[in-house]
Design a protein around this ligand. Structure first.
Ligand SMILES: Cc1cc2nc3c(=O)[nH]c(=O)nc-3n(C[C@H](O)[C@H](O)[C@H](O)COP(=O)(O)OP(=O)(O)OC[C@H]3O[C@@H](n4cnc5c(N)ncnc54)[C@H](O)[C@@H]3O)c2cc1C
Length: 414
């Protein structure tokens, strides 16, 4: 498979790098400490047209695809992983509409997302429904021309900042396969409240909140798709499209931590020489670089696969592989980067501690890495029929009996 970086994708990535250098990295510590959203950087992202990256051309976007989205996210996350997700969650929240919405819905909402005029959030998780996304309890009940939503969602990234929320609700509690439907809920709808802004270990510049729904009335035209019962399908296809984005966030975070570790290792002297001259530090740097580069290309491969063949069954497996590998890498690289900084790495006076704190969530959200491994192994086991021509056993008559070292091998069976 060819991984083709379009000129447009690279132009968008270059703009993202410029914004990261100018608006994100210099302010990262400040917004992290204050737990505040970087509105200036978000405005710059909107002005540069970066929210258009993932929106199809027909609705005011660039239609640049998942690979371009990954490139942009990577550049932003290299400066601040929290800002990377603050950007990428707009794609996560928009994909249900992009992939499953009606023409009318796409025309109404997506141009506003593309321009950056309105931010988006994704409300799937609940207090008692995380990895088991089928176990939702928030309900939406039809009432005349409307649906009425009741219940609570947990951990909505961009909550409060976002204007549009893709909310997954139970519409048919009796059905196993068509239990869930997704709705668009606008900020300010009566009964829809942002509650409890979480106090987090990392990605502190982006708000993660509880969203409460008390008799929230939304018109039936806000039901995403042509009919009720497609919500779980929309959620799963959304996650397949979005996981290369979170994986790209991880690659950016890993590269950001590695870059700092290299600079520090060259400057810090112990035993009369830069610590970068010590072989054990060199080994750490080499492993960090190898893993980051391998993750990067797996992410590009997964993203390019979705762009080239949107409905292909292998997309889901590759997206899970990319998410799992890149996020495990980010955690590992950030941990070793702190190690290279020694005691200074443990202090908030240096930027590396933040990379470490920010990395952990990558292994948890958009499906934990245990869930990713379940997705990957399920695909492998289902596809086992393709390997039926292989015999996993060596026929008895050709088995060898190995001799002791130095003696000739004797095959007793032939
Ligand atoms: C900062 C943050 C931001 C988030 N943003 C969003 C958002 O914007 N929108 C949204 O909808 N959600 C969001 N989430 C929720 C996130 O996706 C969930 O936290 C995640 O899916 C895990 O669910 P859980 O926390 O309930 O853990 P659980 O599902 O309770 O899992 C706990 C542990 O058990 C393991 N486990 C569970 N089931 C299995 C199994 N079958 N086999 C093996 N291991 C298993 C998990 O891997 C994990 O290690 C966010 C969460 C956080 C913390």
């Amino acid at each position: 498979m060819n991984i083709v970086f379009s000129e447009q994708a690279e132009e968008l990535a270059a703009k993202a790098r410029q914004i990261a250098d100018e608006y994100v990295r210099p302010q990262a510590a400040k917004y992290d400490k204050a737990q505040e959203y970087n509105h200036d950087a978000a405005r710059a992202v909107a002005e540069a047209g970066l929210f258009r990256t993932f929106v199809p051309k027909e609705y005011g976007g660039h239609g640049a695809g998942v690979l371009a989205l990954a490139r942009v996210t990577e550049e932003l996350a290299k400066a601040d992983s929290g800002f990377g997700v603050a950007f990428a969650v707009n794609a996560l929240g928009s994909f249900p509409m992009i992939l499953g919405g009606t023409e009318e819905q796409k025309k109404e909402w997506l141009p506003q997302v593309a321009s950056g005029e309105r931010m988006v959030a994704f409300c799937l998780s609940e207090k008692y429904a995380g990895s088991d996304a089928q176990g939702l309890s928030v309900t939406a009940v039809a009432d005349g021309d409307d649906y009425i939503i009741n219940g609570e969602k947990k951990w909505t990234t961009n909550g409060g900042v976002a204007d549009i929320y893709s909310v997954f609700c139970v519409t048919d509690p009796t059905s196993k396969s068509r239990r869930i439907s997704a709705f668009i809920v606008e900020k300010g709808t009566p009964g829809f409240e942002i509650k409890k802004i979480e106090d987090k270990m990392g990605i502190r510049c982006v708000p993660v909140v509880e969203t409460h729904f008390h008799n929230v009335r939304v018109p039936k035209r806000n039901l995403i798709g042509e009919r009720a019962g497609l919500g779980f399908k929309h959620a799963m296809s959304t996650l397949d499209y979005a996981r290369p984005g979170v994986a790209a966030q991880a690659v950016g975070a890993a590269q950001g931590a590695l870059d700092l570790a290299i600079v520090y290792a060259n400057r810090r002297k112990q035993f009369g020489a830069p610590i970068s001259s010590h072989q054990m530090v060199q080994k750490m740097l080499a492993d960090m670089a190898m893993q980051t580069e391998a993750s990067r290309w797996l992410v590009y491969r997964a993203a390019a696969g979705i762009d080239a063949a949107p409905g292909d069954a292998s997309n889901s497996k590759l997206a899970a592989m990319a998410k799992c590998m890149a996020t495990d890498t980010a955690m590992h690289v950030a941990t070793d980067a702190v190690q290279i900084f020694g005691g200074y790495g443990f202090m908030e006076d240096y930027p590396i501690a933040k990379f470490f704190r920010d990395a952990k969530i990558l292994q948890i959200y958009e499906g934990t890495n245990q869930v990713q491994r379940m997705v990957i192994s399920r695909h492998l086991i289902r596809a086992a029929a393709n390997l039926d021509h292989l015999d996993p056993y060596i026929p008895v008559e050709t088995q060898l009996t190995y001799a002791e070292p130095g003696q000739a091998v004797v095959n007793h069976n032939t």
